[in-house]
Design a binder for this molecule. Structure first.
Ligand code: AMP
Ligand code: GLY
Length: 411
């Protein structure tokens, strides 16, 4: 199978890495890809947002499947453009991607499907959570415990523009649960935890994610299946009823509260950096699974997660999430790889032979181990090898789980 992967981040590098290991995948192309993906397949200088350009490329390469990584092109309708031309796509239509593209739409779908989520509030009064309605790269959500926080959040949301959703503030542990979806059915991947705040101890602003690990200790396979049965499948059924079946990766961002799991958000694509841990653990043919989902039939596909653990540490620019860093030399990537870690490129570029920074999150370093503790040690040991100007990372990724903390659906 010839596969075209759309996107250029760490998530796409992790997808490319797993897809090129799949017996079903004969060659991999990417639009536009990144220097890490270029070592695994052919990168073509077409932007992910350029749906017509991606369509022309897919035709000229004669690809069997297009896998779309980022949410922006999905919400804008890239999957519709490709499907309309008869190309198999792993990624939802614009109508189904609205589950991520509009918080108000996601709330309406959850209400209709009976999926447990944070209550919507009519008035913004602390404590509460404000959410800008549209896509905001993880920067449109404001947790407000005090009036000054709420005042700042209201100003920030009005600067983003568009609608606003106000929610009750939930307390608990967060969990990211991904399922490969075929429209009618869902296949869960290993549960993961993301570290969204910029600084150690969950301080500072929300980011796209500063690190992740999988699997989350304490959750049995039966409980994961229960989550998919009460969250992902009812949403698939509701989107099907609305004539917008969801084909792609449905990401549920959950809070495990005293009253049970509640959905904080849905995303219409693989999470980043979680996918750098989740895909690292996956056994089985990812190409076959994504092609089966794209074809509307998941029956017979099984993907197993081994007993090992994975921990991903993001190395970010000094000013991330407010600003990125461009053009600084990155050293030590091959040394980190020689240590046995996976280094996924997120915001890198090549200046001639020189690997340089090109974004906010620069690389993700994933360590594997028999336990979360040993995976964590492997990730940080390898991350110590890498350097660039202003490099910043969190030191507490997977720390609690490595120290023995476990998680439960109903704490
Ligand atoms: P979202 O983009 O909706 O996942 O929100 C980003 C982050 O904001 C989440 O990962 C949570 O840490 C936090 N958050 C979102 N909604 C709530 C809520 N209702 N209660 C508490 N925290 C929330
Ligand atoms: N890591 C959070 C996200 O992908 O949205």
């Amino acid at each position: 199978m010839r596969v075209l992967l759309v996107g250029s981040g760490g998530r796409e590098h992790a997808l490319a890495w797993k897809l090129t290991q799949a017996p079903s995948v004969s060659d991999l192309h990417a639009a536009p890809g990144n220097p890490g993906i270029a070592r695994l397949g052919d990168c073509h200088p077409i932007r992910a947002e350029d749906a017509e350009g991606v369509l022309a490329l897919a035709h000229s390469l004669g690809v069997d499947l297009v896998v779309v990584g980022p949410e922006g092109p999905l919400v804008a309708g890239i999957a519709d453009v490709l499907r309309h031309a008869g190309i198999a796509v792993f990624g939802p239509s614009a109508a189904a991607a609205k589950i991520e593209g509009s918080k108000a739409f996601a709330k309406a779908v959850m209400r209709a499907a009976g999926v447990p989520t944070a209550a919507q509030l009519a008035i913004a009064r602390p404590p509460c959570v404000l959410k800008a309605d549209g896509l905001a790269s993880g920067k449109g959500v404001f947790v407000c415990r005090t009036q000054p926080e709420l005042d700042r959040a209201l100003a920030a949301v009005s600067a983003i523009g568009g609608g606003l959703v106000v929610e009750e503030l939930l307390e608990g542990s967060e969990l990211s649960l991904f399922a490969i979806c075929s429209g009618g059915d869902a296949l869960a991947l290993a549960p993961a935890q993301d570290y969204k705040r910029a600084f150690d101890g969950d301080e500072g602003p929300n980011t796209g994610g500063m690190g992740a690990y999988a699997p989350v200790p304490g959750l049995s396979e039966r409980e994961i299946e229960e989550l998919v049965a009460t969250i992902h499948r009812p949403v698939l059924a509701e989107l099907g009823r609305r004539d917008s079946p969801f084909v792609g990766l449905l990401y549920a961002g959950l809070m495990l509260t005293e009253d049970g799991p509640r959905v904080l958000e849905f995303n219409c694509r693989f999470g980043d950096p979680e996918s750098q841990s989740v895909l690292a653990l996956l056994e089985g043919d990812l190409g076959e699974a994504l092609a089966a989902a794209a074809g509307g039939e998941l029956g017979g596909v099984s993907l197993v997660t081994g007993s090992a653990a994975a921990v991903t540490v993001v190395l970010a620019a000094a000013g991330y999430p407010a600003e990125g860093n461009r053009g600084s030399t990155i050293t030590g990537v091959s040394e980190a790889e020689q240590d046995g870690a996976l280094v996924f490129h997120a915001g890198t570029a090549l200046h001639g032979e020189r690997l340089v920074t090109n974004g906010g999150r620069i690389v993700g370093v994933t360590g594997l181990g028999e336990s979360i503790g040993s995976a964590r040690e492997a990730a940080y040991r390898a991350a110590d090898r890498i350097a660039f100007e202003g490099m910043r990372r969190r030191e507490d990724i997977a720390l609690a789980a490595a120290a023995g903390q476990t998680y439960a659906l109903r704490p």
